[in-house]
Design a protein around this ligand. Structure first.
Ligand code: ZN
Length: 219
């Protein structure tokens, strides 16, 4: 997939760098993916008005919402991020944007809310059992031949990472790796290292959702 890009963008902070080259690729350092994507999103979508309620917000209330939530594999790319006030972000919680719009219409009716939530949980479970992530199909592919991309590490400290534990817990329930591995056009893993490590430790016998950013180059 291609990420949305503006015509011009230049970022330099804390040793991370990114810019848009003459072929409209985003060229970026191998680390700092999320930070760069956040800056990119604010540069494209503004940082003063909430995408959902339309109200202006100050620096204190500013946040970025993952339209497809992180816990279902939503990654930090401009295609998935919108500026959002904290209030809307908290109300939206783990719903995707479409679900949130539907919820906002029925939220004052407890019976409808109960039915809505029941349907939502069932739908999520089915998706996770089948695909691992809940994302647009054109964004990712399920791969099991990912051996070459696994980073090598000699220490196991990452195993106590909260995200790693979450991946492991989801695997127990759904028998799927429920986080995507994100690679650039030149096959550098920029996000989803823990999903990759989990697969590696699990014998690499499963399919993992892979997202390939075809207009991003890591240097
Ligand atoms: Zn809002």
């Amino acid at each position: 997939m291609n990420i949305s890009l503006p015509k011009k963008f230049r970022f330099q902070e804390d040793g991370f760098e990114a810019y848009i080259d003459s072929n409209n690729n985003l060229v970026m350092t191998r680390t700092g993916f999320e930070k760069i994507m956040y800056a990119l999103t604010y540069a494209m979508k503004g940082d003063k008005v909430c995408h959902y309620c339309g109200n202006p917000f100050g620096d204190f209330d500013r946040s970025l919402d993952h339209q497809y939530p992180r816990d279902f594999g939503g990654i930090s790319i401009p295609n998935n991020l919108v500026p959002c006030c904290r209030d809307c972000n908290e109300r939206k919680s783990n719903m995707n944007a479409q679900e949130f719009y539907e919820y906002e219409l029925i939220k004052s009716d407890p019976i409808k809310v109960e039915q809505f939530m029941e349907d939502l949980y069932r739908k999520r479970d089915e998706f996770r059992k089948t695909f691992g992530v809940i994302l647009p199909f054109e964004w990712y592919s399920l791969k099991s031949d990912y051996n070459v991309l696994a980073p090598i590490t000699s220490q196991d400290a990452y195993k106590s990472n909260k995200q790693y534990t979450r991946i492991s817990d989801l695997y127990e329930t759904y028998h799927r790796i429920c986080r995507p591995v994100v690679v650039t056009k030149n096959d550098v893993v920029v996000d989803g290292f823990l999903a990759l490590m989990f697969a590696k430790n699990n014998g690499q016998k499963d399919e993992i959702p892979f997202i390939r950013l075809d207009n991003v180059i890591a240097i």
